[in-house]
Design a protein around this ligand. Structure first.
Ligand code: NOJ
Length: 530
């Protein structure tokens, strides 16, 4: 790395707007709600906030169906509220990353509305309308990520339009120049308003194979999390990277802005194509999120991630939870043990070079909620006729206080119900408790800040028992930061003379004069000579 940029090491906190803080009592979180809670995020010790889509939207996919990317949905506030959020964040030293959704729009976007109203409109060329297949059905066998066919019929013309997600999210045709021009305008609109960067939704999408041919049926239903592996013509086409080359030229015209792509591909070498000095600064790194918490697997994936992303003009990212997946405390077994393992996993990633992306509520040890069927709202649940649970369990509101029914989130009825964990794991219940998950996150993030300026970006693996992952990063003062994680089922010791404990995921993880002792599912940072 030649020059240090804030985003190369920023801890980024993802705010899922609908569920963070509701200022007006309608049960849905909003921008003024976030602004009021920014001091909490500054105290937590993160560097940036990624705010999920708050633009005009009919909310068929809760904001990822955008009708106007340059206006704020009244449910979330106004453009002036967005400006106030950015100003207030900057005053607290926090950066703001906003979400762009360039693969598709809402069917209520003015272009699509006009395309439907007038079948001879040239605006149809900005989407993917096609004649029916030979049997009168959809033009090809592509499936929506949310279930069912990826095509819906426009009754007026008899043609179908492509939507890789919900029928209310028609895909743009990125082979049309007007789509490029529009998105460059949108980019500049938000850059000029002072945002510090973009999270790019479905960044591996945008282009589809030009002929829109059938996918090989043999690939269907493979690897459910990484839908692209079963649909090679719909995602990750060679042309897409050129879009980000252009966007990088635009963002480079502003001071120190970042683009992070949601490149949802299972093969890191495919993801690596998206990042570099002339394309995206970062991509999410999902293979680790899909992997079990196992020392050998993690060592292999972290090594591969560093090789792919620790390159000039870019930086790695580390993600364990977001609004689309089961919360990691639950994935790691749930309950006391799952939450302990989640803290250990997080501490391990926080010590690596690059940007950890933290999802709201993980700092409280929140587990996935079991939202009752009638209350579920995810289009995945609705499109599957109530057979696939969907993502609502990761999206329940933030419990700020122990007081039901609103838990400090809302004075009204929350759009998704709180689960049973809300009171006990609320921010208020954990404030002032040094043994809480919240206190652990604060300690870890504070240590990270204190150390990072002096840390070398090279990660050196240290050998230990098979269930132990251990690495060191040299510090300018001569010592090293050593991180040790025990993913096994039994307590283990790790020989390391003269280590000083910095932070541990569990008070039972300790350092003596000769060795570290780590109970099952714990991690610790120490300073030592290695
Ligand atoms: C990825 C987003 O994270 C998800 O929530 C959304 O449903 C899809 N992209 C479609 O925009």
């Amino acid at each position: 790395m030649t020059e240090a940029h804030w985003w190369q090491d920023a801890a980024v906190y993802q705010v899922y707007v609908r569920s963070f803080a509701d200022s007006d009592g309608d049960g849905v979180g909003d921008l003024p709600g976030i602004t009021a809670r920014l001091p909490y995020l500054a105290d937590l010790g993160v560097d940036a906030v990624w705010v999920t889509p708050f633009y005009r939207s009919p909310m068929a996919d809760h904001g990822y169906d955008v009708a106007d990317q340059c206006d704020v949905d009244p449910m979330f506030g106004t453009l002036a509220d967005a400006d106030r959020l950015v100003t207030a964040a900057h005053a607290l030293g926090l950066r703001v990353i906003v979400d762009l959704v360039p693969n598709h729009s809402s069917d209520e976007h003015p272009w699509f509305q006009e395309a439907l109203r007038d079948p001879s409109s040239r605006l149809r060329e900005r989407y993917l309308f096609r004649k029916p297949g030979p049997d009168g059905g959809p033009p090809n066998n592509w499936e929506s990520v949310f279930g069912g066919p990826a095509w819906s019929r426009d009754e007026a013309s008899g043609e179908y339009y492509l939507h890789l997600f919900d029928r209310k999210q028609p895909d743009f045709d990125w082979r049309h120049p007007a789509v490029h021009e529009e998105w460059e305008r949108i980019l500049r609109f938000w850059l000029d308003r002072g945002v510090d960067g973009f999270r790019i939704d479905v960044a591996h999408g945008l282009y589809k194979q030009a002929a829109l041919t059938d996918h090989p049926p043999s690939l269907e239903s493979q690897d459910a999390l990484f839908h692209a592996s079963a649909a090679p013509h719909a995602w990750d086409q060679p042309e897409v990277v050129d879009v980000y080359r252009r966007w990088r030229q635009i963002t480079d015209g502003y001071t120190d802005r970042v683009m992070v792509g949601e490149v949802f591909l299972s093969q890191l070498e495919r993801v690596a194509r998206f990042v570099g000095p002339d394309r995206l600064h970062q991509s999410f790194n999902f293979p680790l999120l899909a992997a079990p918490l196992d020392a050998q697997t993690w060592r292999r994936l972290i090594t591969a991630s560093l090789a792919a992303f620790e390159v000039d003009g870019a930086a790695p990212t580390w993600v364990l939870s977001n609004h689309d997946v089961i919360r990691h405390a639950t994935r790691y077994g749930g309950g006391e043990q799952g939450r302990a393992r989640a803290r250990a996993a997080t501490l391990t990633l926080l010590g690596l070079p690059g940007s950890p992306y933290l999802y709201q509520g993980e700092e409280l040890g929140l587990e996935q909620d079991d939202v009752p069927g009638p209350a579920r709202q995810d289009p995945i649940w609705l499109r599957s006729g109530g057979t696939v649970p969907g993502r609502d369990g990761a999206r329940t509101p933030m419990p700020w206080t122990a007081q039901a029914p609103g838990h400090g989130f809302s004075s009204g009825t929350p759009w998704l119900p709180f689960g049973g964990q809300a009171a006990e794991r609320s921010v208020a219940a954990q404030e002032g408790d040094p043994g809480s998950t919240l206190a652990f996150y604060r300690r870890a993030l504070a240590q990270r800040r204190a150390l990072r300026g002096g840390l070398d970006r090279t990660v050196t693996w240290l050998d230990g028992p098979p269930d132990v992952l251990a690495y060191a990063r040299r510090h300018a003062d001569g010592d090293a930061l050593v991180c040790v994680l025990n993913t096994g089922e039994a307590t283990t010791t790790f020989a390391l003379p003269g280590a000083t404990l910095l932070v541990s995921s569990d008070p039972a993880a300790t350092a003596s004069a000769d060795a570290l002792t780590l109970p099952a599912g714990t991690a610790m940072w120490v300073r030592a000579q290695v």
